[in-house]
Structure formats: structure tokens, C-alpha cells
Design a protein around this ligand. Sequence first.
Ligand code: GAP
Length: 464
Amino acid sequence: MKSEWEVPATLKRSPRVLLKLRCPSMTTPDPGLFDKIVNLSKRRGIVYPSAEIYGGFRSTYDYGPIGVLMLRNVKDAWWRSMVQMRQDVVGLDASILSPPAVWEASGHLSNFTDPLVDCRNCGARHRQDKLKKKDLCPTCGVSGELTEPRNFNLMFKTTAGPVEGAGAEVYLRPETAQGMFINYANVQYTTRKKPPFGIAQIGKSFRNEITPGNFVFRTREFEQMEMEFFVPPAEAPQWYEYWCQTRLQWYIDHGIPTDQLMLRPHEDDELSHYSLGTSDVEYLFPWGWDELEGIANRGDFDLTQHAKAAGAKLEYYDQVTKERYTPYVIEPAAGATRTMMAFLMAAYEEEQVNDDTRTVLRLHHRIAPYKVAVLPLSKKPELSGPATELANELSGRWMCDYDQTQAIGKRYRRQDEIGTPFCVTYDFETLEDKSVTIRERDSMEQVRIPLDAVRGWLAERLDE
Ligand code: GAP
């Protein structure tokens, strides 16, 4: 699909007014969509509130049988485009726990803070930078009672080993990125990659958010998909622009409409302590535009800091030009859990079919939890036996659901609601003509296919 977006030549720190890159045909989100997604998630086993039997634990969520498939697909789709389909990016899986030295050098111990205010009237705590009105408490509605802001560090601290206290402190990573920086020399040496090249990682990160909320949008435990792209310093601006466009296109390619996406460069006062320039990919959530991913030009900040603090050589020596330099880093940093939520919202649709309302998730086939479902028309063993065999065969290649309970129409609706692209119906005629009916989710069109052609028919549509 061709993008409708125009990305200006230089994205770095341009005036905000030039860069509100909204598509002219922008739609307003349905205000009820948020509740619909939360309800669907609970009802269909996508996302559950964690520790629900103990009353819930507002800041974390558990991914159910459908959600775990979808989240895995989001991560696989990212990995496919960022690692598998590229020769210049390799993967890594670094540890979650690390010593304070890492976070001292990275600047997180002193800078990874949010401004916290307390309400003297009701005791609620808020992030000052997220308040709609500077002096008004959003919890009790009283103004003039908020304290002066103080910096609150977002990192979770714990202790390693049986001894508590100084020397035993460790941190849960608040971003996966530092794992890539501290392994830069190891990876460069073992892979013999030369800049420009990248290291990609998917994994859990932890932040003691002051105000977690909006379902899985802001949680204290979440998953990130980050890539650090090491480049010669002079090439940093062009790579920054390249990654901004490439990442924006990834969301479009996976089903988010262009009029619900924009690229927004940060104002100078928004930039993180390490950034020379950042643009966010924003999605039009039901509460308004909000961040899905940040693409940052981190300069040589991280490698220089770790080289100084660890006394390590984190440079690159170019044999051809005989130049030695510290690479600059362009970092596309996305949230897997947040992206999954955006895919759910963009795909959700209620449409009128005859006298019925059909809820359908029009998910891209790579993101859909199940790719196919096998539905025998009857529970009778002469149908359910061979239908189970077919489901078992298809399961070797794709996530395949099998459902034989209730009327076929109800079963189609159940699959529509979780976004299954194709349903294969095994009926009594199948026993005679050795063919099955395949129904397509979006159009609801049906085709009759010989049994021995089903695999190839699906592969053409699911494996590209
Ligand atoms: N290494 C750079 C970095 O971590 P970030 O903008 O703080 O940058 C990257 O985080 C992405 O991680 C965000 O765009 C968002 O999608 C996701 N993310 C950050 N904090 C999150 C939270 N508390 N809950 C869910 N996702 C979060």
C-alpha cells in the first residue's frame, strides 16, 4: 500500500506547526471504543487484569490465550522486518537485572525522572507534565492545592543475593537499550559488522510509573521492541530520517489506517537527556493522539558514557579510511504491548449484517491470533473425526482453532471477534466431494476448495 504521508526532508527539531503530519481525511475516534476493547479483551481472553482474584493490581496485566498469541505476533512481525529481512541488523537478548554502574553511566540514576505533585486536599499523586490544568487536581477537582513538583526516579530497585544494603543493589531495566550499548563491542567483534549496523532486542522493561493507566497503554511492567543502529556520525541525519519513515510505514503495512497515525518531532524541552532529536510515531487513541514509538538520534552519548565509566574501548576503526570514531546511534524504540492495543483498536469494527450486529477484528493476517479455524458442520464422529485430522494437519504450520459447538453462524461470529482470517467448514458433502468451504473474515465470501488444495490456498494468503 502506498503511504499518503509526506515526510519532510529534515525532521530533526523542526517547528511543531510544520510537523503535525495529519492526513487530511482524519477520522474522529469512537468515544466508546476504549470500553469496547477492554470488555472484548476480558470476554475473549485477550487481556486480564493481573491478580484479579485478589482485587486486581492496576499497574500490570496478564495476556490470556488469545492475547498471548497476538502479542507474540506483534513481536514476530517486528522481528521479521527489523532482523530477519535485513542483513545489517542482528539480535540480542540481554539481562533484565543490572548493576547501578550501568545506570549511573547511562544517566538514568540522575535523569530518568518524572515531575511528581501531591494534592494536599485528597492525597492523590500526579505527573505534573500530564496535568490538563496546571494547578487543578484531576482526582478531587480542587485547585491551588498541588505541591511544588519534585523529581521521582522511575527505576525499580531490588537487591541481589542474600545480603541487603550497599553493594547488593540492582535495578530492573527501564529500557532494553542499555543491553545493546554495553554489548556493542562484543557483538561488533563476534559478527564482524561494520557501521552502519544495528542490534535489536525485544523484552520486558519496568518503570515505576506515577500514573499507570489507559488499560495496557501505560503499565509498570511492559515489553519493548528496540533497535540501536550504529552509524558513522556524518550519516546520522540521513539514517534518522530513514528510520522515521521506515517505522511509520511498518504500522501502515500492518493495518493501521494512515489517518490514525502521525509523526511528531519533540520540542527541545521534551527531549530525553541523551537525545539530539526525537520523533514519535503517534496513534489516534480514543483519548487523543499518543505515543506508540520514539525514534531518537542518541548521538554518541551512550557509547561515550559507558567507555568512560567502564574504561572500555567502544569505538570503531575503519580499515579503509583509517579513521577511528565513536558511532552515533539512531534508535527506533517501540512498545509491544502498546502497539498490540493500537492494532486492536484500529481493527475493531461493528457492522450491521441483516438484523444482526457483527463484531469483527479486521487484523492483518500476521497479527491475527489464529490464522484459520476448522469448523465441522456437525459433532457427529463421521465429520468431527476427519475435521480434527485436518485441524491437526494445519496446526503444523499455522495457529489453527477447532470449534464444533453451537450453530455455524455463531461459530463464524466467534472467530470474527478474535480476527481469524479464514474458517474452513467441513460438511456432509465433504465426505462425497472431498472439498471444504472456506469463508473469508472481512468479506464473508465463501469458496469451495478441494481438500488437498487447502494448505496451498491458505499458504498463498497467509505466508507472504
Ligand atoms: N530506549 C528509549 C526508550 O525507552 P521510550 O519512549 O521511553 O524510549 C519506548 O519508550 C516505547 O516503549 C514507548 O514509545 C512506548 O511504546 C513503550 N513504553 C514506554 N513506557 C511504557 C509504559 N509505562 N507502558 C507501556 N509501554 C511503554
